[in-house]
Design a protein around this ligand. Structure first.
Ligand SMILES: [Fe+2]
Ligand SMILES: [Fe+2]
Length: 272
């Protein structure tokens, strides 16, 4: 089955290099001053470099099947964006090592989990996992733009970094999806891959997050717990319908219209 690649009018997939202006100013608990939430986000950030290398490879495995030159350009732009994200997250992660967090150990663990997936799982399933995780990252990216009450909890330098990554995730959110369709991956492949992706990576995420939280000698306060609960409730309310939409056979990433968020990002001075 051949499907046309999709990109709404006015949206471009632009690989932009990101440089931190003042990474040293980012505090240990850069998310709301909250220990638990920051460690969860740090876990995500540590998984990103090996995760995005996995995404890039899973797309590269099929890139030579793309005949349409316009779609081939989108695939290359996807690869370049994810390459930039990997490097920027590496710098960000190194910074929280300076706060006494066991980043090197967690990076090595995350890399092992990803390498095993790349070695053992069929290539079509690997691409399906990328499609699923691209949906999860696009959902998180949507939330960052849609919920200013969450964004304002993030330290400004960290927010500039996460907004850049989020905007690019929205721009390229359909590339792996469209590629999977072009190479014959249908609904069953998408669902089986999502299930394998959850079973493979959710335990690793939990192990890493728990280890970093446990090792951190600073006790969590009741105030932190209440704040985490409130943010979690808001995130669930925003994200649950988007996550459930993935399981519809007719799902496509651009059914969630994020053009207005991208227009806002394009107009903002942070990308200059
Ligand atoms: Fe990314
Ligand atoms: Fe991505």
């Amino acid at each position: 089955m051949t499907a046309q690649p999709t990109l709404p009018k006015g949206i471009e997939i632009v690989p932009r290099k990101f440089s931190f202006r003042d990474l040293d100013s980012v505090p240990k608990y850069w998310f709301g001053g909250n220990k638990g939430i920051t460690h969860l986000e740090n876990t995500f950030s540590i998984l990103i470099p090996p995760g995005e290398r996995f995404f890039i490879q899973s797309v590269r495995n099929y890139a030579d099947r793309v005949e349409d030159p316009e779609f081939a350009k989108l695939v290359q732009a996807f690869i370049q964006q994810e390459g930039h994200h990997t490097r920027a997250h590496h710098d960000f992660n190194r910074h929280f090592a300076s706060h006494g967090i066991g980043v090197e150990r967690e990076e090595a663990y995350a890399a092992r989990v990803m390498e095993r997936a790349a070695r053992w799982l069929p290539k079509k399933i690997q691409l399906g996992i990328t499609v699923f995780f691209e949906h999860l990252t696009a959902t998180g990216a949507h939330m960052l733009f849609a919920a200013p009450e969450i964004a304002r909890e993030i330290h400004p330098e960290a927010l500039r970094f996460w907004r850049w990554h989020a905007a690019e995730e929205l721009e390229h959110k359909a590339v792996a999806f469209d590629l999977l369709r072009q190479v014959g991956g249908g609904y069953v492949t998408r669902m089986v891959s999502a299930l394998i992706g959850i079973l493979w990576f959710a335990p690793a995420f939990a192990i890493m997050a728990r280890r970093m939280i446990r090792e951190d000698p600073v006790p969590a306060t009741d105030e932190m717990r209440a704040q985490a609960k409130a943010i979690d409730a808001l995130a669930r309310k925003l994200q649950t319908p988007l996550l459930l939409a993935y399981f519809k056979p007719s799902f496509h990433p651009w059914q969630q219209r994020d053009e207005a968020f991208l227009a806002e990002f394009y107009a903002s001075p942070e990308i200059a």
